[in-house]
Write a protein that binds this ligand. Sequence first.
Ligand code: NIG
Ligand code: FE
Length: 409
Amino acid sequence: MTNRYDILIYNVRIASMQLNQSPYGALTSNTLGVTDGHITLLTECQTPDELERLQQMSDNVVDGKGQWLLPGFVDCHTHLVYGGNRAEEFEMRLQGASYVEIAQRGGGIKGTVEKTRRADDRTLLNTAIKRAKRLCEEGVTTIEVKSGYGLDLDTELRMLRVAKSLEQHLPVSIQTTYLGAHALPNEFTDNADGYIDFICNDVLPHIASQKLADAVDVFCETIGFSVSQTERVFACAQHYGVPIKAHVEQLSDSKGAVLAAKYGALSVDHIEYLADSDIPMLAQSGTVAVLLPGAFYYLNEVQKPPVDALRAHNVPMALATDFNPGSSPLASILTAINMGCVLFQLTPDEALRGATVHAASALGLQDRGVIDTGKLADLTLWDIETPAELAYCINGHRPTAVYKEGKHV
Ligand code: NIG
Ligand code: FE
């Protein structure tokens, strides 16, 4: 039978990231077939005869030349739709002002809110395309994008729509997250509870009914929202059946992670100040710990996330760029992977799993992030001797080929 496989890739070494015992989930299989965007064959082809027989089953046969095949990267935490930039604040920080002080003076996230509200859809889209393209060039095939720089209904919806529309311009899947509770907008000054009412009564119902977001997120922090305000948003999200993610314990131990675990959150993100004693709850709720070394680096943070304790409790650790204009202007998943190793002492195996299989789990996606039959054929091919090289170099490689749902892009 011809063309049983839309594409057949042979002569590859496969770092499947499957949760098996071998480093990088390496398989003995060296040949992979794709049908209708999914992996439908994984086999070890040993003889020329076997190979010839398989080659006859596809019109599109690729010699992988012994290169490594990995799942496409999943960047599970970004804020890459925004107006303007914060270069001025960077200079202020170099002169001694802290991220928190700048936020308290009305800069920070609120500065970007002003610029995002003023930006038209075309500008937001064009700048977002440029940013997302840089991730795609490194082999990212799924990106999560948060709102949270509009805060009013209209701009939040615009951000979510612009984010989703990136799929029409780049070979990437977009997962959107509504982050209304990112900062308190000026129209609600001294009325944070009123803003939470607005999120729960006016915005979330709209977003849920129109299915504009795949998840809801809250910045639970001294400069963000309190635990009780965060809980109101979580309860409302739960009411509408929208999965929960959370920025917690980034700057202080506010106990947001415990709350997130109680609500069965998909992920808790940042978590530098997470207490060891709160980790068993995350393990129980199956919540993924998303580590964001870009923000840690950029804010000159010294408190490291409790990696040893997370590891000891088998809490899956994901890595992401946190690409945003204030705390992590980092359009590079490969750099985040390297930083995860250098700054947080992840092993290259943990870091690469963190940007693939565990990142997919942090988004509630079980159909990607690993190479296995039945999974999406989001794949990257690398001219390297070992997958560790991707973590060892600082953004030193580019994939020689990227396949999005089986299509070479
Ligand atoms: O993930 N912590 C809150 N939100 C972003 C920062 C956003 C900003 O500074 O613009 C973060 O670090
Ligand atoms: Fe973030």
